[in-house]
Ligand binder design. Sequence first.
Ligand code: G3H
Ligand code: 13P
Ligand code: NA
Ligand code: ZN
Length: 328
Amino acid sequence: ALVSMRELLDHAAVNGYGIPAFNVNNLEQVTAIMQAAHEVNAPVIMQASAGARKYAGESFLKHLIQAAVESYPHIPVVMHQDHGQNPEVCQGAINLGFSSVMMDGSLLADGKTIADYEYNVEVTRQVVAMAHATGVSVEGELGCLGSLETMQGEKEDGHGTDAIMTHDQLLTDPEQAADFVKRTQLDALAIAIGTSHGAYKFTRKPTGDILAIERVKEIHRRIPNTHLVMHGSSSVPQDLLAIIREFGGDMKETYGVPVEEIQKAIKFGVRKINIDTDIRLAMTAAVRQYMAQNPSKFDPRDWLKPATAAAKAICKQRYLEFGCEGQA
Ligand code: G3H
Ligand code: 13P
Ligand code: NA
Ligand code: ZN
């Protein structure tokens, strides 16, 4: 059944686990996530970005997710709008039937310029008012995602800025988080702790100086009833990079967020973990390998099948690693 984000994350908090929120753009990704969730009896969060809506169209996305709900009636599913750029986008998603929306007021509506705090409070508060009126949950964001190695706001995959930022801007302040929650009454808060979107997060396996997992604890202590969200949480598995390179891909050396760091973050209070890039890497590795090894094949179903299987495998692995097994 379609459920609100609040309902799923409340259950995760009471039972001490985290839920991966997977980005979806097409049938194969939706199918992979549902098969994985079904096998381990995990709750599901599927989210659509602005890029996904541009790629597939919001009606196709909505009906793909509704088809998933219909096909797996025993699994609770959240249909979440990822990174809403303004209240109008969030209102549109609510009208379409999304059960959760993100108002990302950390940036202005251009998706690039860093917003001031009062703007963020105002747009988030507006979205909470309209969403809560119909039982829809709201995620906000405080602090700017970006690299503590280069001190740049993120720029990978077209998100955010490449502005040079201060150390403070790249980490969510626990006191400001407490004020933000009090004034907006939102359900979930995305925090900045050194992660960024896309495949190129870290130039080395991250240590505490560039990935501030301990900060989760301090924020959670101040706002224990608001569910914490980690964006940019793909782990960028080295074995997938190796397959992509072996079969003709060109990807530079890069590191993601190690699963054991995410597991620590879950212990400290993170409940929603956003993952897009790992599914992209898994599908690309599978397709490259399949195409190289089966040069005579031309039916898209032949190469989409291993891509779906690879996406399913990484989703299932994350469900198990984050403690979702049997929680549906
Ligand atoms: O929000 C971040 C996700 O990785 C979505 O990326 O806008 O390219 O679909 P996208
Ligand atoms: P990744 O690029 O690390 O998968 O992050 C996705 C995300 O945060 C979507 O909002
Ligand atoms: Na989101
Ligand atoms: Zn994100």
